[in-house]
Write a protein that binds this ligand. Sequence first.
Ligand code: NAG
Ligand code: NAG
Ligand code: NAG
Ligand code: CU
Length: 152
Amino acid sequence: MGFTVAQRLVLIVAVASILTVSKAGGFDLDHKNGSRKIVVGGQEHWRFGYKYTSWALKTPFCVDDVLVFKYDAPNATTFPHSVYLLPDFVSFLDCDLSRATLVANTTQGGGDGFEFVLKDWLRPYYFACGENKGLHCKDGNMKFAAVPLLRH
Ligand SMILES: *[C@@H]1O[C@H](CO)[C@@H](O)[C@H](O)[C@H]1NC(C)=O
Ligand SMILES: *[C@@H]1O[C@H](CO)[C@@H](O)[C@H](O)[C@H]1NC(C)=O
Ligand SMILES: *[C@@H]1O[C@H](CO)[C@@H](O)[C@H](O)[C@H]1NC(C)=O
Ligand SMILES: [Cu+2]
């Protein structure tokens, strides 16, 4: 309450910068240039109900890091999931999928998962699950923002 959209965005970027400076461990250095593979949600993978915003705030993201979204294809007993990019902070807050871009459909998270490279420095990438008309995003916490910083 009491924060404008711009203030909240600044807050997210500021927190992300502080956490990155502290260089949390536990990530695989997969490439000589230092880029890492980061499994979204860690061992929780990409599922309904895990708090991805909290996860993202504890996770440093750098340019060229690879996000790996892991989720099983739907069957008779499990819900489908997907990955969308939302265009801006307001649609992210509202889980408004009307202008979202599909990144990975309901079957692409299987096996080793779906890989997404964070290419652009300081671009806020707003990710959300697009299933159930935004319900997974709204009620299932399946959304987070990633702002890639420079590796140092
Ligand atoms: C770092 O390595 C990754 C994976 O090989 C590659 O996609 C990326 O372009 C590289 N980045 C730079 C700056 O060389
Ligand atoms: C559906 O998928 C889940 C997760 O992969 C699996 O544990 C379960 O056995 C599957 N159920 C059926 C009916 O195939
Ligand atoms: C998901 O995307 C893959 C790769 O583009 C495609 O082969 C598959 O048919 C798609 N599945 C659905 C359910 O749209
Ligand atoms: Cu979902």
